[in-house]
Write a protein that binds this ligand. Structure first.
Ligand code: SF4
Length: 192
């Protein structure tokens, strides 16, 4: 059905709320700032590839300049040394902006329970959506992007904490979109 059929009998007028149009435009053009430091970054690249096609959600335009991005996408472990860089880039991104923490390492430090690895980036920047997995599958990351889109649809702007404009993280956790299949070949250790 084309737009002509939808408008038939309406004399060419469409009415809507400005806020709805703004939210629609905003949610359809979420541009990520890929802060990809490790293997999760490879899965992020796969998400943008033709097989998974993040472009269907308008979020394939990875920007490497914070002034052009509104979604901080942390993919991989972050060391204590890198944290000031991440924080600075996050602060340089213009409002409104959102954050996805992709994978176990970004959200909790993962298996790297060491003094050199940040045990969760949410200790330093507000995280809106946590995408679980090691690494998360591209479908799960896409679920995370869709969660951000739903937030924009419903609320438009990220909420503040009511005390002078500080950003309140939304802290949404995505459910894994797949179940792990058993190992097809039995693993044998040592010599028989
Ligand atoms: S969560 Fe797993 S895949 Fe992602 S960066 Fe950490 S070790 Fe790599």
């Amino acid at each position: 059905m084309g737009i002509e059929q939808v408008l038939e009998g309406h004399d060419g007028f469409v009415t809507t709320r400005l806020q709805k149009v703004v939210n629609w435009a905003r949610r359809s053009s979420v541009w990520p700032m890929p802060f990809a430091t490790a293997c999760c970054g490879i899965e992020l690249m796969a998400t943008a590839s033709s097989r998974f096609d993040l472009a269907r959600f308008g979020a394939e335009v990875m920007r490497f300049s914070p002034r052009q991005a509104d979604l901080m996408l942390v993919a991989g472990r972050v060391s204590i040394k890198m944290m000031p860089v991440l924080q600075r880039i996050y602060q340089q991104m213009a409002e409104p902006k959102w954050t996805i923490s992709m994978g176990a390492c970004a959200s909790t430090g993962g298996v790297f329970d060491t003094y050199a690895t940040v045990q969760g980036v949410d200790q330093f920047i507000p995280v809106d959506v946590y995408v679980p997995g090691c690494p998360p599958r591209p479908e799960t990351l896409i679920e995370g992007v869709m969660a951000i889109q739903r937030i924009i649809d419903e609320h438009g702007l990220p909420p503040n904490d009511g005390s002078g404009g500080l950003r309140r993280p939304l802290g949404i956790t995505i459910e894994p979109t797949h179940t792990v299949r058993p190992q097809p070949v039995p693993v044998t250790l040592g010599h028989s």
